[in-house]
Structures are given as C-alpha cells and as structure tokens.
Design a protein around this ligand. Structure first.
Ligand SMILES: Cc1cc2nc3c(=O)[nH]c(=O)nc-3n(C[C@H](O)[C@H](O)[C@H](O)COP(=O)(O)O)c2cc1C
Length: 192
C-alpha cells in the first residue's frame, strides 16, 4: 500500500507529526512519500534555537506537493496547522489546485486520514480536522476515524490527531502525540 502524506507547516509542529507518521508507516512496511504544499512567503524567524532551525531546515527540504502526486496513493494523509478554526490558506490553496483531479474523479475510493496542529486545546483543532475530512468527502475518499479504543486511557479526537504546540516552534515531538501516531498507524495499517 502506497501512502502519500501532504502537509503545510510553518513552525515545524505539523511537520514533526508527519515525520512520525512517515516513520511508523515505514516500520509497518509501507511505501511513504512526505510532501509539503507550496509556501512562497515563508521566512525564518531570527533567534530560534539550533534544534528548531534543524527541524525547519528538514521541513523546508521536503518536496513540494503537486496534485498528480496524489494519483498513485492508496491512502492519503493531510496535516495542517489550525488557522482560525480551519486549515491554513496554503493548505486550502493546495486543495483548490486539485480541481482537475476532482473533476476526473481520480481520488475516488482512496483512503484518507487527517491530522492537525493547534496552539491550544480550545483553539478549534477539531474544526481543522473537519475541514480536511470535508475535502476528502468531496473527493470521494473514505475517511478514517481515530477510534477512542485505539489508545485506551488517552484523550483522542475521533476525526484524527491534534498536536498542541502552545504556539511554539517545534524542537521535538511531544510524547503523547508520538504515542497516538504509533497507535493510529497501527489501526490504519491493520484495520482500515
Ligand atoms: C494566522 C494564524 C492563525 C491561527 N489560528 C489558530 C486557531 O484558530 N486556533 C489555535 O489553536 N491555534 C491557532 N494558531 C496557532 C497554530 O495553529 C499553531 O501554532 C500550530 O502549532 C502551528 O503549526 P506549525 O508549527 O505546523 O506551523 C494560529 C496561527 C496563525 C499564524
């Protein structure tokens, strides 16, 4: 099964979550591509830690996602920062660039899963996930849930993973997100 992960990330949090997905899918023996949507206005903030700059440099080195990259995928994952309870404009621009793919029904029947990063727990990360799933529905894809039984004892959102950054630049992925990604990939690889 070929997996394509498409993200937008500015401060690296969505990127680190995506990287954890990529690593877990590789462990599960899947072929995985990790791509970043175009973001021409991105600029690096001064005074970041060495670790944060390392994360951003790896993020910036990702290949740019194009609509045709989705065509050979069996499963597509999309991850976005939460901007005002929605996906970022850059992620939306990528979605809108797939109009031709939509018109030809080229994503119909593919599997889909979503993840988001949000500054805070009341910040609408679930709305960002819902926007990603709405896109999947319009494309005719099958949306994966994240069943609460996937990781007993953890609070998870049934629409996917929300990573909380507190608005900070990413240095390492927090332990909870890492655990939930592992469990979610196990679910996606074995049950979906
Ligand atoms: C324009 C803008 C809008 C944002 N809106 C929200 C929001 O509605 N809710 C929230 O929790 N965080 C919001 N944030 C914070 C980001 O979602 C958060 O910092 C996220 O971790 C960034 O992901 P990234 O590190 O992958 O870029 C916003 C940030 C920006 C720049």
């Amino acid at each position: 099964m070929k997996i394509v992960i498409v993200i937008h990330s500015v401060c690296g949090n969505t990127y680190l979550t995506a990287k954890a997905f990529q690593e877990e899918f590789l462990k599960a023996g899947r072929e995985v591509s990790l791509l970043r949507v175009a973001d021409p206005s991105w600029t690096e903030k001064p005074d970041l830690s060495d670790k944060a700059r390392e994360v951003l440099s790896a993020m910036r080195a990702l290949p740019e996602a194009k609509p045709n990259d989705l065509l050979n995928a069996d499963m597509i994952l999309m991850g976005s920062p939460t901007y005002f309870g929605n996906v970022s404009a850059q992620m939306k621009a990528f979605m809108d660039s797939t109009g031709g793919v939509w018109f030809k029904g080229q994503l119909v029947g593919k599997k889909f899963a979503a993840f988001a990063s949000a500054g805070n727990t009341e910040g609408g990360g679930d709305l960002c996930l819902a926007a990603l799933h709405t896109y999947a529905k319009y494309m005719g894809m099958f949306s994966a849930p994240l069943p609460v039984t996937t990781l007993p004892g953890e609070n998870v959102n049934s629409l996917g993973i929300i990573q909380y950054s507190n608005g900070k630049y990413a240095e390492t992925l927090d332990a909870k997100t890492s655990r939930v990604v592992t469990a979610f990939v196990h679910f996606l690889a074995t049950r979906f």
